[in-house]
Design a protein. Structure first.
Length: 652
C-alpha cells in the first residue's frame, strides 16, 4: 500500500504560478469544487516569466478564427478580467486599440478581422482616415481605413498576479516556491521535486508555460510537441519626446503565423509609458532574457534546424514571418517597422526597455507546424495546458472555466477496489444508559428482531467481505465468548481481545493498531445500527480527498442533543463538531463508524499517542481532515432505552 505524506497531499496540484494556474485555482474554489489546492512554482516568487512579463494588453477578440478555443474564451475572459480588476481598484487604461494596414494590399484583411471579431462577440468598428486622425493624429493607414476596438485595455500584469496570490492564500491555497518537478509517478499519483519533496494529488494540472512540454513528457504525454522560445524585446518612447500617443496601435497581422507584429502600447501608469514591441526572435534558451545568459546550445541548435526547415518548406507562410519580423530586434529594422504605423518616430525618440519576455510557442513535430490555439491534453488524472500564448492572460478566467469543464467531462470516478478490510467492533462498555437491561447482558448482545447487535454487525462485515474482525471485551466478557463460540461465523476471521481495564475507544485503537497494518480499517461502535448496505461507505473512503485521514458515517438524527453534531462544507468535509450540546446547529450526526488507512494510526501516534476518548481527544484535532458519507436509510444510536424501543419497531 502506498505511503502518503498527508501534509503534501492535495485534491488539485497545479504546477506553474502564472495567470492560468492561478485562475484555475481561483475558479475551483469559487465553483465549490475544492479548497484543497496547492500550487508548485519553480521560482522563488510569482511573475518572473511569461505572465509577469506580459505586455498587459487585454485583447478584445478580433484575431482568432471563430469556433477555436481562443475565440471561445477571449471576449468573455476579457470582460471578466476587466470587471475583476475594476472591483479591486487595480490600475487599468481603457485606451482602446487601432489596427491599420501598413500596405494597401492588406486592406482586405480589415474586413476579415472585423468579421472574426463580430463573430466572436467583440465590439469592432471600421473607420476612415478622418476618424483615425481624430482618434490618433500621428497614426498612418496605407488604405484610408482602419479598425477601432474600443474595448481593448491595458493593465499591470504583476499587480493582477500579486492580488490573485493574496486572495488565494486567504482562501487556503498553499504555495510552494523553488520546487522544480524532476519525476512523476502516474500510478502513485505523485511528483518528486528538486527539494526532495513528494507531492501527492488526485488531479494534476500542468500550467507551467515555458516548461509545460517538459512536464507533460514526464507523464509520457504530448511527446509530439516541443516549445520553441521566442524572445520579445521592447523599446520605450522617451519621456521628453514630443511624440504623444494615447491608444494601442497595431499593424494588420499575418494571420498565418501566431505573431501580431511590433506595436505601440501605452501602459496603465498614471502617466502612461509607451512601449514599442515585442519583437519575435528565436531565443537561445527558455530563460534567455539577456542574450549572454541562460543559453541552451543543444536545444537552440535543434530549434534553429526546425525553423530553417520551416523556412525552406515555407509551411504556413513562415518565410514571410522571417522576412518581416524575425530580425526586428535590430534597432534600424524596428524603427523602419514602427514608422509604417507612426511616420514621425525617429531613433532619437526611443530607448531600449528593460522589459523582455519569452513566448512559449508550441511546435507540432508531426505536422511540422507552429500551433496557433491553446491545447489541453489529459491522461490518468493529469491535465496539461500547452501553448498558453496570447490571449491566455486576457482569457484567464474564462479559460480556467473551460479547463475545469473539460476536466469534469474527462474525470471518471471509477469504483476502486481494496485488497484487505479489517474491522474492530467496540463491545467492551458497560451499557450504562441501557440499564436495567444491561445489568445481566452486555450491550453488544442486546437483540433487535431476535438478532444481537454484535451478530448484525458481523453480518454487515460479511457482506463487505471483511477479512478479519477484532472484538474487544470487558464487561460480561464470558457471555460474548460463549456467543462467538456458539455462532461460529463463516468466511470471516474473528479475534476476541479482553481488556482488563477499559482503554477507551482511542486507547483500544492504539493498542491494536498493528491489526490494521496493510489493510483498510473499520472502527464500529456496536451500540449503533442500520440495515442499509455499507458498500457506499467503503467506496466513499476509497475516493476521498487525499488530505482527509478519516471517512465518517453520518445520519440525520431526531435527537441532536444526544449526538455528536457535525458542520460540513460543500465537499462533505467536517469543519466543526459539537459533542452532545444543548443547542447544536443542525441534526447531521456522527454515526460512530469510521473508515481509515494505517496512515491515520501513524498520525495518532505522532499527535496524541496517549489518547483514550476518540470523540473528545482525536476528532477535534481532525477538523478539515474528515470526509463524510451519509447513510440513506434509518440509522440509530441505540444508546438509551427509548432508542432501543424505537429500533425494535423500525427493524421488526
Amino acid at each position: 500500500m502506498q505511503k502518503i505524506d498527508i501534509e503534501n497531499s492535495f485534491d488539485y496540484l497545479i504546477v506553474g504560478g502564472g495567470i492560468v494556474g492561478l485562475c484555475i485555482a481561483y475558479q475551483l474554489i469559487k465553483r465549490g469544487l475544492s479548497k484543497n489546492i496547492a500550487i508548485l512554482e519553480k521560482e522563488p516568487s510569482l511573475g518572473l516569466h511569461t505572465s509577469g512579463r506580459n505586455s498587459g494588453v487585454i485583447h478584445a477578440g478580433l484575431y482568432y478564427q471563430p469556433n477555436t478555443l481562443k475565440a471561445d474564451v477571449c471576449v468573455s475572459g476579457a470582460k471578466r478580467l476587466i470587471n475583476w480588476i475594476t472591483e479591486r481598484n487595480l490600475p487599468i487604461n481603457r485606451c482602446g486599440k487601432i489596427i491599420v494596414p501598413t500596405k494597401p494590399e492588406l486592406d482586405s484583411q480589415l474586413d476579415v478581422l472585423a468579421e472574426r471579431g463580430r463573430a466572436n462577440g467583440a465590439l469592432v468598428e471600421i473607420i476612415d482616415s478622418a476618424q483615425l486622425k481624430e482618434l490618433e493624429p500621428e497614426v498612418k493607414t496605407a488604405s484610408k481605413r482602419a479598425i477601432w476596438s474600443p474595448n481593448t485595455a491595458v493593465i499591470k500584469p504583476k499587480e493582477v498576479i500579486s492580488q490573485l496570490q493574496k486572495e488565494l492564500e486567504e482562501m487556503g491555497v498553499k504555495f510552494f516556491f523553488s520546487e522544480k518537478i524532476l519525476k512523476a509517478n502516474k500510478k502513485k499519483k505523485s511528483v518528486f521535486t528538486n527539494k526532495n519533496n513528494n507531492f501527492n494529488y488526485n488531479y494534476f494540472i500542468n500550467c507551467s508555460g515555458l516548461e509545460s512540454d517538459k512536464i507533460s513528457h514526464l507523464f509520457d504525454i504530448g511527446k509530439k510537441y516541443k516549445i520553441i522560445p521566442f524572445r520579445g524585446s521592447y523599446w520605450e518612447i522617451k519621456n521628453n519626446s514630443n511624440l504623444k500617443l494615447k491608444t494601442n496601435i497595431y499593424p494588420v497581422p499575418d494571420l498565418n503565423v501566431p505573431f501580431l507584429g511590433v506595436h505601440f502600447t501605452p501602459s496603465a501608469d498614471k502617466i502612461p509609458k509607451i512601449t514599442i514591441g515585442p519583437t519575435a526572435t528565436i531565443a537561445f534558451g527558455r530563460q534567455n532574457y539577456n542574450w549572454q545568459k541562460n543559453i541552451e546550445p543543444i536545444s537552440t541548435l535543434d530549434n534553429i534546424l526546425t525553423l530553417t526547415s520551416q523556412y525552406v518548406q515555407n509551411r504556413g507562410g513562415f518565410r514571410k514571418y522571417v522576412h518581416e519580423q524575425a530580425f526586428l530586434a535590430l534597432p534600424h529594422l524596428l524603427i523602419k517597422s514602427a514608422k509604417e504605423l507612426v511616420p514621425k518616430i525617429k531613433p532619437e525618440n526611443i530607448i531600449i526597455s528593460k522589459k523582455v519576455g519569452i513566448r512559449a510557442q508550441l511546435f507540432n513535430k508531426d505536422s511540422m507546424q507552429l500551433e496557433n490555439d491553446f491545447i489541453i491534453l489529459e491522461e490518468n488524472s493529469s491535465f496539461h495546458i500547452l501553448n498558453t500564448i496570447s490571449p491566455a492572460f486576457t482569457s484567464s478566467f474564462s479559460f480556467a472555466d473551460h479547463i475545469i469543464n473539460f476536466m469534469k467531462k474527462k474525470i471518471k470516478f471509477v469504483k476502486k477496489s481494496h485488497k484487505k478490510l479489517n474491522a474492530i467492533l467496540l463491545s467492551a462498555g458497560f451499557g450504562t444508559r441501557l440499564r436495567p437491561l444491561t445489568l445481566t447482558k452486555p450491550k453488544c448482545l442486546m437483540e433487535i428482531n431476535n438478532k444481537s447487535l454484535l451478530e448484525l454487525w458481523i453480518n454487515h462485515l460479511q457482506k463487505l467481505k471483511a477479512d478479519s474482525v477484532l472484538i474487544n471485551t470487558h464487561y460480561l466478557d464470558d457471555q460474548v465468548k460463549q456467543f462467538l463460540d456458539k455462532k461460529k461465523f463463516k468466511n470471516i476471521n474473528i479475534k476476541e481481545v479482553y481488556e482488563e481495564k477499559l482503554l477507551g475507544t482511542a486507547g483500544t485503537l492504539i493498542c491494536n493498531r498493528e491489526f490494521f497494518k496493510n489493510s483498510i480499517g473499520l472502527l464500529i461502535h456496536t451500540d449503533n445500527f442500520t440495515k442499509e448496505n455499507l458498500n457506499g461507505l467503503i467506496e466513499a473512503h476509497l475516493n476521498k480527498p487525499l488530505h482527509c485521514l478519516l471517512t465518517m458515517l453520518t445520519f440525520n438524527t431526531d435527537d441532536p442533543k444526544s449526538c455528536g453534531i457535525l458542520e460540513i462544507d460543500h465537499l462533505g468535509i467536517v469543519n466543526n463538531f459539537h459533542e452532545k450540546k444543548e443547542n447544536p446547529p443542525g441534526n447531521l450526526a456522527n454515526g460512530a463508524v469510521y473508515v481509515f488507512d494505517y496512515i491515520f494510526l501513524e498520525w495518532i501516534m505522532k499527535n496524541c499517542p496517549n489518547a483514550k476518548d476518540f470523540s473528545t481527544e482525536i476528532l477535534p484535532k481532525l477538523m478539515g481532515k474528515i470526509y463524510t458519507w451519509k447513510v440513506n436509510g434509518p440509522y440509530m444510536d441505540i444508546g438509551n432505552l427509548r432508542a432501543y424501543s424505537n429500533a425494535q419497531k423500525i427493524y421488526y
